[in-house]
Every structure is written in structure tokens, then in C-alpha cells.
Design a protein around this ligand. Structure first.
Ligand SMILES: Cc1cc2nc3c(=O)[nH]c(=O)nc-3n(C[C@H](O)[C@H](O)[C@H](O)COP(=O)(O)OP(=O)(O)OC[C@H]3O[C@@H](n4cnc5c(N)ncnc54)[C@H](O)[C@@H]3O)c2cc1C
Length: 485
């Protein structure tokens, strides 16, 4: 008889796990708490405008590397998927708007214009970015000797860079520079406490044309993966929150959802780690890395995403960050002093002809929004509208005519993410890639439970699309091995 695996979560990791398991002849069924697939990799359509709440840079979009191969295997990308690579990003710093080139020789020249005294250090930094551009990013750990040999041969540059920079923060790298402007640019590209490896990875993959945006965005990508999974015989239950992972004699025996027990030969938790360990497993199992990280590690800051459908285009680029010295109130007494705006004008399918779909992202406190949502839904709705109006006002000051062009508004607060994906502390990519977290290898297994594993953004520091998809393949391999025993 065919073996049956239950997967919790229809995000990228869950869909990827399901696709690989179905391909190896194992029956799977996904339980997903929301009404659609995608999890954090979601987009939504409002009155003909599509807002992509996920993809900014998708590592592995360039053909010829491991991630690209994985994306094609699971249908995330197809042969003819057009990839958009933005050639610069805009950052306003201390009153100056910089256009930061995403091409290495131009980036080098740009940094040299900011600082003569840092010439050699800038060259060394750019040389390391060049190594990153030329290396192949390994998609997960090798699982046999031939994979190991390929890994060492193709990813030598990445391994060298990781060794050199994993223990340093972005701030420490920036502080080696004399020029305050160069320091400010570097620490604004990624949070200063992140490992410098994340900075080299971000710049190297983007400059190498290997972290672009697939046209159609998250919406089309998830549609393709869901279709692939269903085409292989996979089944998804929506609005099906799993309350308990049932363990019998030290083995995962199924799940309980809405009070009903669903038996299985194995279970994969491709969802939030805190919910898995503390709620679904009742806090009865100690995970050596996750229990510690969930208590101590830095998480990604919760976000509010305010999307606007505009009746015209304003030439807003792929990504532009404005300073806002007067502050934007994102909760009572909490001011943000910058906001990032991005438009999808490069993708004609994102808005009606001549119109524009744009998105503003800003940090916002989770506790305020969650408390309001649970205690006073009416006031929550009112405050959401107020936040959107405040943001539109701030954008208007920088882009005159913006407010008048707004015809659609959509607001996601940090509480929205928790509601939709059960996200621990609203951290939309799991554990932040600080040096300490990056040095921790998170095991997919939970000691004491057979035929069970975890996967997804909480089991690979830094999370992201590439990790979720490759984690799915890893989980499928582990479970296939279990089922052969
Ligand atoms: C605004 C934003 C921007 C981002 N930008 C980028 C980017 O540019 N590049 C990049 O690589 N990544 C980006 N990410 C992160 C990326 O989207 C995620 O890391 C990735 O999608 C995580 O996938 P996952 O499958 O591991 O987890 P999730 O997407 O969280 O999927 C888990 C699924 O499990 C479901 N679930 C949870 N608990 C239960 C339960 N008890 N029962 C049933 N179902 C359950 C959830 O509803 C969810 O669908 C961004 C995310 C956001 C929100």
C-alpha cells in the first residue's frame, strides 16, 4: 500500500515538500490554515491591481545554478518566465538621494566618488562582491559524495566568503571605512546587526543577475507550484488549521484538525516553528537549536505593508527609500523616520494600462496592532485607514499628486501576517541572519519523534524563498528515508 504523508502548511516549503514526495510515489495531503496557498509568499488582486507582498529579490533566478534548477523542478519558474533585474536602488541618506548601481563596476565607481581615503578598502569590498557574483550558491547541504565534490568545486568562492565574513556584522564591515557616507550606505543596505555574509550575498546575487523578480510575481509563482502539486495527485485542505501533531510510540502518527484525527505514516511541519513545538507538540519535545533560538535570537522586525492602486504612473522605481524626518505615526507614540516605496511598473500585468500599482513598507509594532485587532475590531479598521492616510500624506510630500491618483488602498498590519500565517512575533522571514544565528545549524528533526521533520523559513536562518523551496526537497528526502525503514 502507498505510504501517506501529511504536510502542515501550503507555503513554499510545504508545496515543495509535497511536489518532491508525490514525485517519489508517496501520497501527500496538505493542511493549510488560510484559504489559499503561498503563506508569506503571497500577492493579492484588488480591482485589477496586483500587489506583491513578497518578492523583492529572489535568489537563484539566473539559469545554471542549483536554486534555478530547483525552481524549475517545482514549477516556481518555467523555461519562459521573464526575470526582471533592477539596475539600481534608491536610498535617501542624510538628505541626499543616492542611486546605488547594482552593477559591480558602477557600484565600485559610486563608492569611490563618496570617499577618496577608502580607495583600497572599497576595492577589497568590491573584490569580495565579485567573488560572490562568480560563485555558485549551494542549495542546501550535499547529501552524498558526488554532491559534496560538486559543492566544493562550484561553490569554492561562496565557502571562502562565508568563512571570512560570517562572524562579522554589516556594521563592523562598515566601520572599517573612514568615510561616514560609505559607512551610512553600507549600514542602510541591510540592518547593521546582520552578518556581513548576508550583505555580500544580497549585493553579489543582485549584481550577478541572480536575484531578480519573475514577471507575474508571487501570484503566478504560487499558482504554478500549486498546479504542479495537484497535477501530481497532491491534495490541499484549506481553512484546516492543525491543532495537534499526534505522536504514538515515538512516531508521528497523524494530525488533529478541527477535532478530527487524520492518520498518516509521517508528518512534515512546513510552518511556524513556535506553533509546532509549543502548541502542536504541546511543548513536550526539546529541539536543541530551535528552543534556544526562539527565546534568544533576533527576528525580522514586523512590517506594515500599505498598497495603493494609482490611476497614473509617477515613474516610481523598483525600490526607493525616503527619509521622513518629521516621522510617520505607525502606532500611538511610535514614529518611523523613513519609508520604502516600490512600484511594479516594470510588470504590465500588475495594473490596468497607464496605471500603477505601488507598495509602501514600514516597520510597525506588533503588540499594538494585535491587541487592537483582538479587542476592538472596529477601532482596528479605523486605525488601519488612518495609517494608510498618514502614509499617503507622507508620500504626497515627496511625490506631489500622489494622493489624488489613489483609487485602491489595501492595508496589511503586522497583525494581518499573524492572522494569515500564524507567524511567530510577526517575523516574516524567521530568524534574522546575525552572525550567531547563521553559525547555528538548525536540525530538521526533533529528538524523540520518528517519521517527522520540520522545514521552511524557521529551519534555515534568514529564511526566504530559496531556503523554503530547497528545504522542501530536503524534508522530502528525510521522510522518504524514514518510510523505507
Ligand atoms: C513583505 C515580505 C517581503 C518578503 N520579501 C522577500 C524577498 O524579497 N526574498 C525572499 O527570498 N523572501 C522574501 N520574503 C520571505 C519569504 O516570503 C518567506 O521566507 C517564505 O515565503 C517562507 O516560506 P515557508 O513555506 O517557509 O513559510 P510560510 O510562508 O510561513 O508558510 C507556512 C504556511 O503554514 C501555514 N500554517 C501555519 N500554521 C499552521 C497550522 N497550525 N495549521 C495549518 N497551516 C498552518 C501558514 O498559513 C502558511 O501558509 C518576504 C516576506 C514578506 C512578508
Amino acid at each position: 500500500m502507498k505510504k501517506k504523508v501529511i504536510i502542515i502548511g501550503a507555503g513554499l516549503a510545504g508545496l515543495s515538500t509535497g511536489i518532491y514526495l508525490q514525485q517519489s510515489g508517496i501520497d501527500t495531503e496538505i493542511f493549510e490554515l488560510s484559504g489559499w496557498a503561498g503563506g508569506m509568499c503571497s500577492a493579492w488582486v484588488r480591482n485589477g491591481y496586483r500587489f506583491d507582498g513578497c518578492i523583492h529579490w529572489m535568489v537563484g533566478t539566473k539559469p545554471g545554478n542549483d536554486y534555478n534548477r530547483l525552481y524549475r523542478e517545482v514549477g516556481a519558474l518555467e523555461e519562459n518566465t521573464v526575470i526582471y533585474n533592477s539596475d539600481s536602488i534608491f536610498l535617501e541618506l542624510s538628505g541626499t538621494m543616492y542611486e546605488i548601481p547594482m552593477e559591480i563596476s558602477k557600484f565600485r565607481a559610486f563608492l569611490h566618488t563618496l570617499s577618496e581615503e577608502d580607495g583600497e578598502k572599497i576595492d577589497a569590498l568590491c573584490d569580495d562582491i565579485t567573488v560572490m557574483i562568480r560563485t555558485k550558491m549551494p542549495a542546501g547541504a550535499p547529501s552524498n559524495l558526488s554532491e559534496l565534490l560538486g559543492f566544493v568545486r562550484h561553490s569554492r568562492g561562496f565557502i571562502k566568503l562565508a568563512r571570512k565574513h560570517i562572524g562579522r556584522t554589516v556594521r563592523e564591515v562598515a566601520q572599517t571605512m573612514e568615510s561616514p557616507s560609505v559607512r551610512e550606505v553600507l549600514t542602510s543596505l541591510l540592518p547593521p546587526d546582520f552578518s556581513a555574509v548576508a550583505l555580500f550575498m544580497m549585493l553579489g546575487t543582485r549584481m550577478g543577475g541572480n536575484a531578480g523578480y519573475p514577471m507575474g510575481g508571487a501570484l503566478e509563482m504560487i499558482r504554478r507550484m500549486e498546479a504542479k502539486y495537484r497535477g501530481l495527485g497532491g491534495k490541499i485542505n484549506f481553512h484546516a488549521r492543525v491543532e495537534e501533531i499526534v505522536i504514538e510510540n515515538g512516531r508521528a502518527a497523524g494530525v488533529r484538525s478541527k477535532g478530527t484525527f487524520y492518520p498518516a505514516d509521517a508528518v512534515v511541519a512546513a510552518c511556524d516553528a513556535h506553533d509546532t513545538l509549543q502548541n502542536m507538540l504541546g511543548g513536550n519535545y526539546e529541539h536543541p537549536q530551535l528552543n534556544k533560538l526562539l527565546k534568544t535570537a533576533t527576528l525580522f522586525d514586523p512590517l506594515a505593508v500599505i498598497s495603493f492602486g494609482l490611476t497614473k504612473k509617477f515613474g516610481i522605481p523598483y525600490s526607493k527609500t525616503y527619509e521622513c524626518p518629521e516621522g510617520i505615526a505607525v502606532a500611538p507614540g511610535v514614529l518611523q523616520h523613513s519609508f520604502s516605496i516600490r512600484s511594479f511598473d516594470f510588470d504590465p500585468s500588475a495594473a490596468p494600462d497607464g496605471c500603477s500599482s505601488v507598495m509602501v513598507m514600514t516597520g510597525a509594532p506588533l503588540d499594538y496592532w494585535q491587541k487592537l485587532r483582538s479587542e476592538d475590531p472596529e477601532e482596528y479598521a479605523k486605525q488601519k485607514q488612518k495609517l494608510a492616510a498618514t502614509i499617503a500624506e507622507a508620500v504626497e510630500r515627496r511625490i506631489p499628486g500622489f494622493k489624488e491618483a489613489v483609487c485602491v488602498v489595501d492595508i496589511a498590519t503586522p497583525a494581518t501576517y499573524v492572522r494569515l500565517a500564524n507567524l511567530y512575533r510577526g517575523s516574516f522571514e524567521g530568524f534574522a541572519p546575525t552572525p550567531a544565528a547563521l553559525k547555528t545549524t538548525i536540525k530538521k528533526r526533533v529528538p524523540g519523534i520518528r517519521n517527522f521533520c520540520m522545514c521552511g523559513q524557521w529551519t534555515t536562518t534568514g529564511g526566504g524563498i530559496c531556503s523554503a523551496v530547497s528545504d522542501g526537497r530536503r524534508a522530502a528526502k528525510l521522510i522518504t528515508k524514514d518510510l523505507k525503514r
